[in-house]
Design a protein. Structure first.
Length: 181
């Protein structure tokens, strides 16, 4: 696992296939803690086999361009985020599974995860970052807005038959001036 140290007493690591148990643990914790923030549910993902979890991090076998990150503090996983570039839309990097544990919120971890994915997306020559945020999650909406994301289109349901809504958001990675030269 590649490790990036931060001054605020946490590290961000890139998850490798051998880190599947750590990934499983933090992903399930995120779904338990924040069930209204994700399209997937704890019930769906807790039913996955260990080989399913291993396969998720085997990016080359899946033909997936992705950047799965975990934030650790004091030897414990406290944050998660994935950057993903879909083959059908290589100009956009998507952010999925963004979460920080309640005890670690407000310490710059979410911003650091966003910054790591932004840097990765720029290195991959993407033009923008995209994500969906549950509209009732005011802290996340504020974080994304203050980071440069803008609402794109109308909100959509979080899940089929859900009253919760997600707002698609995007951030341009290059200014118009940069793209004309």
């Amino acid at each position: 696992m590649q490790q990036v140290p931060y001054m605020k007493n946490f590290n961000i690591k890139v998850l490798a296939p051998e880190n599947w148990a750590l990934y499983k643990s933090v992903r399930l914790e995120s779904l338990r803690d924040s069930p209204d923030s994700f399209g997937a549910t704890y019930e769906q993902e807790s039913a996955l086999s260990d080989s399913d979890w291993q396969a998720r991090l085997d990016l080359s076998a899946r033909g997936l361009v992705a950047f799965p990150l975990v934030a650790e503090q004091g030897g414990r996983a406290v944050g998660l985020a994935w950057g993903v570039i879909h083959a059908t839309e290589v100009e956009t990097a998507h952010i999925y599974q963004m979460w920080v544990s309640p005890a670690a919120r407000g310490k710059g971890i979410a911003k650091a995860l966003l910054d790591e994915i932004k840097t990765w997306a720029i290195d991959k020559e993407c033009d923008c970052l995209a994500l969906d945020v549950t509209t009732s999650n005011e802290a996340a909406v504020c974080l994304y807005r203050s980071s440069g994301f803008m609402a794109m289109g109308p909100p959509v349901p979080l899940r089929r038959d859900s009253f919760l809504m997600m707002q698609p958001m995007e951030m341009a990675l290059h200014s118009v001036a940069e793209s004309t030269f």
